[in-house]
Design a protein. Structure first.
Length: 95
């Protein structure tokens, strides 16, 4: 099933009144933690009714935001399962 990512993003921004991913997470009740994760950039997890995003604290501010947006996408698109999804490598395209 194909999901219209651009529309989902537009709807999130409209619903929460901001394009700031940190504020969107706060309004959605998503817990964000920063930890030393070695080579792992970040991961998301749904556990006991709560959504968590953990980001490598050693990344630049730009990369922290990119990882947060990526992991938020997993939560919004319901990709989080009982398994932890690790983000080791990623590429993104600016349109």
């Amino acid at each position: 099933m194909k999901k219209n990512i651009k529309l989902r993003v537009k709807n999130l921004i409209k619903k929460y009144g901001t394009a700031n991913p940190y504020k969107i997470c706060e309004k959605m009740g998503i817990i964000i933690n920063f930890e030393n994760l070695g080579k792992i950039k970040g991961y998301s997890r749904h556990f006991l009714g709560f959504d968590f995003i953990v980001i490598n604290k050693n990344l630049s501010e730009f990369l922290k935001s990119a990882v947060l947006i990526h992991e938020l996408g997993h939560i919004v698109l319901k990709h989080c399962t009982k398994e932890i999804l690790f983000m080791k490598k990623f590429s993104f395209q600016m349109n």
